[in-house]
Structures are given as C-alpha cells and as structure tokens.
Ligand binder design. Structure first.
Ligand SMILES: Cc1cc2nc3c(=O)[nH]c(=O)nc-3n(C[C@H](O)[C@H](O)[C@H](O)COP(=O)(O)OP(=O)(O)OC[C@H]3O[C@@H](n4cnc5c(N)ncnc54)[C@H](O)[C@@H]3O)c2cc1C
Length: 453
C-alpha cells in the first residue's frame, strides 16, 4: 500500500495559500504551518462525470445527514466521456446475460426515462434498428435477439427488408432487430441535472480540483486527506472514485494495482450536413463485430436535431486526446510500455491501420455507411465531434467489457476507506442511475456507514 505523506516548505505553503483557485476551498498542504483546517466530509466522490454525479446524488438522497463532496478537475461537469458520446439510451440487447452491464442497462434505461420525465429533460424514444446487410451477419443478429430476450429487453422484434423500410424508408438490409424503446438524450444535461439535485440536497461540489494525492491523516475520524498537491485539500471518512479515463492512475494513488489499465480510444464522428438530417430518423446500428467491445459505426439522430455518424476507434495519444495533435508523451509511453496493449496492437494491427485510413479519408467512411443508407454521399457529410473511450485492458491484452469496482478492504487506513469505479464503459451513461444505486448499496455494505450515522 502506497501511503503518501505531504512534505512542503513554509515558503511553498504561504505561496499556495495566496494562490486561491477555488473560492470555497483554500488550504495549505503542510498541516504543521497551516492555520486552516481542511473541509471535512463523510464521503468524497472524485470525478464529476455521469457516474460520479449520479452516485453522489444517490448517496446524499439516501443519507441526507451525511456531508458529501463531489470533486471534479475540470471547469465543468461532464467534460469527458459523459459529455462526448453518442447520446443513445440503450435498451440492453448486446450484453452477455447475467453480467452487470446487462442488468444495469435494462434497469438504467427505465430509471433514465423516469428521471427525464420528472425533470423535463428532453429525450426522444426514436428506436433503433440493428441491421444485417450480409448473410454472414444474420446468425449473429439472431443471437442478439436471443440475448435481448434473455436480458428482459421489452418489445424487440425481428424484421425483414420490407419491415426495415416501413420504419426507415431509406435503410437497406436483409434482416434487422428493432428496439422501439432505445432513445436519445444529452448526457451532459443529465449529468448537470444530477449535480443540481445533489447540491439542492445539501451536497457540496468542487470544480477545478484535480486530486493528485491521498494522504493518511492523523485524525482517526477523517483518515483520508485528498489533495491537489497545491492549495486544495479536504478530509473524508470514505472516498468513491469515478475517474473514467484516469481511473487506473487514481486507483494506484491509493495503493490499488495498476490493472485494469485504461487505454484511451478516440471515437470520431461525422455529421450529416444539416439539410440532409432527414435521411435518418431512427438509430441505425451494424451487427457488432464480436472481437471488439465497440458497437461499430452507427447513424444516430441527436437530441439537438443533427445526425452523427460514427464513432470509429483509434488509439488516442493521450488520455484526453480528442485530436491527432493531442499528444501526451508520458501517457503515450505508458500505453506502449503496457504489455497488454502491445499484445492487442500486434493482434489487430490490420484493423487499426484500416480505422486510421478511414479516419483520414472520409469517402471510405461514407462507403461503410452506404451499406445501410445508399443515398449518403461524401458531399452530405462533414467532420463532427470526437469522444475518448476509457477502455479497460488486462495484461494479457484482453479487453474488459463489464463494469469493474475495486478496493482494498482492510489493507490500510486509506485502502480500507476507498471504493474505485474502475471501468464504466458504454452503456455507462444509460445505466448511470442503476450504477449509482449499486454503488451506494456497495458502500453501505462495505463501509457500514449506515450504521455509524
Ligand atoms: C465515443 C463514446 C460514445 C459513447 N456512447 C454512449 C451511448 O450512446 N450511450 C451510453 O450509455 N454510453 C455511451 N458511452 C459511454 C459513456 O459515455 C460512459 O460510460 C460514461 O460517460 C462514463 O462516465 P464516467 O463518469 O465513468 O466517466 P467520465 O465522464 O469520463 O467522468 C470521469 C470524470 O472524472 C474526472 N477526473 C478524472 N481524474 C480526476 C482527478 N484526479 N481529480 C478530479 N477529477 C478527475 C474527469 O475530469 C471526468 O470528468 C460512450 C462513450 C464514448 C467515449
């Protein structure tokens, strides 16, 4: 277990106290010279994406007597995966029955619709077609139908080519799976609404606070001090981390193993030009390639009236590498040094090169999309946004698909007080309210704080 002790000079300490970055919290990093005590919380939730925000909200709603803080390093919530995704409310078709993904997606979709109705958040239950365009895809499509039924996904149907055209007149395919309850929403808006609920229920939120250090404090009641290594510090009894792309780095800070390692994969989108947005009204997805956890390039209407096409899957050269030019040499070296990544890269070198070529040459991407809607031409598309997926990977190069939660109970004062959400890939946004309930149950059970309050 790695326990980091804070040591700084008096001069540094004074300088830091002068450099106040967040008005609500300014503390010195060196307790002996500090005349300010860190703010104290029963629970600190680190990471203001949709999973952290939903979990902080759930904890404070269940336990209004607890003091809970939500800490985010960026200047706004949902700055990374939660604000840069496809915006699809998934129904739960794809996931292996019995997995957390399958269970939490089905529950999460219902909770998401109820939440949006209650809060007046705009969504559309536009539905989704998963389309087989080649004979070889049909058995996999039938397997997906079976999975969907086993996962309890409601009202899914198999359609022939005529049935596909009745739903989406321009869409071509041999057979499709129709999921009428799949929808679209802005997950950035949902995240911000969760934060509003959290604050309205007494929670305290911090922005621009990057957690870089966990310090074992002398105070037995609040044994974990969380610090940005500069001027900010808070003390907590228990900690939950939901750090997405940085979940491995933050877990290591508390003595947890580096694995599962997070490898960032950028997903770039194209837009249909605005006057062609009428080419697709529903989500159109391919039958996924079982070798990869990604769902494949899809055609998705967005809640603000555009249509996005994508995302592809390209290694990002930084955890927050939204463009080819975003390179972080330290992170890139770590990725390349990781044996799991090297094994994956060797195995799928051909696929990676094809993805990069398609990323640069738009007509090649358009060709993929024409399998579904022949009318889309290169003149109808323009470059769109990008998101970066936190892909968890093990040392042997296998991609970890299910949600992963991890802690080191009993190993030290810090390790026994921290729970990490280490992997929350798609459909993590759809499932956020269900994940939050599961995390709150887990924390109550593991930390017994229900009994202490
Ligand atoms: C391209 C793409 C498409 C997707 N499409 C869908 C979809 O259609 N439907 C769906 O359900 N899901 C989708 N997903 C998945 C979904 O977006 C994620 O599952 C979800 O957003 C994960 O949320 P999170 O809170 O775990 O991570 P994030 O949103 O990445 O949040 C983590 C937060 O932690 C903060 N943080 C990190 N380190 C620190 C630190 N040291 N101190 C303080 N803060 C820190 C980060 O700044 C960040 O805000 C998609 C994802 C991507 C990338």
């Amino acid at each position: 277990m790695l326990i980091l002790k804070s040591v700084t000079s008096l001069r540094d300490c004074v300088a830091r106290q002068l450099a106040v970055r967040v008005p609500c919290l300014s503390t010195c990093n060196y307790r002996r010279y500090s005349n300010e005590t860190p703010q104290k919380y029963d629970i600190a939730v680190i990471g203001g994406g949709i999973v952290g925000a939903a979990s902080a909200r759930e904890l404070v709603l269940r336990h209004p007597q607890l003091k809970v803080a939500l800490i985010e390093k960026e200047h706004q919530f949902a700055s990374h995966q939660s604000g840069n995704n496809s915006g699809v409310i998934h129904a739960g078709i794809y996931y292996k029955p019995g997995t957390l993904k399958a269970k939490l997606c089905v529950q999460g979709m219902d909770l998401a619709y109820k939440y949006c109705d209650k809060k007046g958040i705009k969504y559309s239950k536009c539905g989704k077609l998963i389309v087989a365009t080649e004979r070889a895809e049909v058995p996999r499509l039938l397997d997906l139908y079976d999975r969907g039924l086993r996962n309890g996904v409601k009202d899914i149907q198999l359609l022939d080519s005529q049935g596909i055209r009745e739903i989406e007149p321009l869409c071509k395919g041999l057979q499709a799976l129709w999921s009428p309850h799949t929808g679209i929403v802005s997950y950035a808006e949902m995240t911000k609404s969760y934060v509003q609920d959290f604050v309205a229920s007494g929670g305290k939120s911090y922005l621009k606070f990057e957690v870089k250090k966990f310090i074992e404090a002398e105070n037995a009641e609040y044994p974990v001090t969380i610090s940005d290594e500069k001027s900010l510090k808070i003390s907590a009894k228990y900690v939950l981390t939901c750090c997405g792309l940085h979940s491995d780095t933050v877990a290591v800070l508390t003595g947890c193993p580096e694995e599962p390692k997070i490898i960032p994969f950028r997903g770039e989108y194209l837009y249909l030009v605005q006057n062609k947005s009428n080419l697709a009204k529903v989500n159109i997805y391919p039958v996924p390639d079982p070798r990869f956890p990604f769902l494949g390039v899809h055609i998705t209407p967005t809640i603000d009236g555009r249509v996005i096409l994508g995302p592809n899957a390209i290694l990002a050269y930084s955890k927050e590498g939204y463009k080819y030019s975003d390179v972080n040499m330290k992170e890139l070296k770590e990725i390349i040094a990781f044996s799991g990544f090297r094994k994956l890269a060797t195995k799928y070198a051909g696929f990676g090169i094809k993805e990069m070529t398609r990323s640069i040459l738009i007509p090649l991407q358009v060709k993929q999309l024409q399998k579904y809607i022949q009318e889309i031409t290169s003149a109808d598309v323009e470059r769109g946004p990008a998101g970066v997926r936190a892909q968890a990977m093990s040392k042997d190069g296998s991609l970890i698909e299910d949600f992963v939660f991890d802690s080191k109970p009993g190993s030290s004062a810090i390790g026994s007080r921290v729970l990490h959400c280490r992997n929350a890939p798609s459909p993590g946004a759809t499932s956020s309210l269900a994940i939050a309930k599961m995390i709150a149950d887990k924390m109550e059970e593991q930390f017994k704080f229900k009994l202490r309050t």
